[in-house]
Design a protein around this ligand. Structure first.
Ligand code: FEO
Length: 168
């Protein structure tokens, strides 16, 4: 059994992962509307990753004997100024997630909840990948600024991304 403060914090993060998923699906829709279907695919895969994260929190909360609670989430934004702006927003969001995970670890250490500290280690590694993955796209978008056809090529490349459930 976990204490109430830790259960609340884990529930909050579980809901934040679902909110993250909504943001990426909203970005997918924006890209699809612009016929950038590869970028949209990249965002849909990101949605699937976030739902995987959400379910991982769900299962852990449940396993530890606490109740999973879904709360109201803010509606995601629906418009961005450019593909680069959308991916930069995504990176900023991932940096917030990283900071939240770090705070959760600190809280679990403070509560001497070593099982939760152990559970969260997976997310520490995952956030390094999450930030690097978005940043990789941002760097490519910046490199191709002013290069005709660059976005078309990148869109084709991002269309190849597939969802591979991360190791548990
Ligand atoms: Fe679940 Fe992208 O952090």
């Amino acid at each position: 059994m976990i204490n109430k403060e830790i259960a609340d914090a884990l529930n909050s993060q579980m809901n934040f992962e679902m909110y993250s998923a909504n943001i990426y699906m909203s970005m997918a829709s924006w890209f699809d509307a612009k016929n950038l279907t590869g970028c949209a695919n990249w965002m849909k895969i990101q949605y699937a990753e976030e739902m995987f994260h959400c379910t991982k929190f769900y299962n852990y909360i449940n396993e530890r004997g606490a109740r999973v609670l879904i709360d109201g989430m803010p509606a995601p934004a629906t418009e961005w100024d450019s593909p680069l702006a959308a991916f930069e927003t995504a990176l900023g969001h991932e940096q917030i997630v990283t900071s939240r995970i770090n705070d959760l670890v600190a809280q679990a250490i403070e509560a001497k909840d070593h099982a939760t500290v152990n559970f969260l280690q997976w997310f520490i590694g995952e956030q390094v990948e999450e930030e690097a993955s978005v940043d990789g796209v941002i760097q490519q978008l910046k490199l191709m600024e002013g290069a005709p056809g660059g976005l078309f090529m990148l869109d084709r490349e991002l269309g190849q991304r597939v969802f591979t459930p991360p190791a548990k």
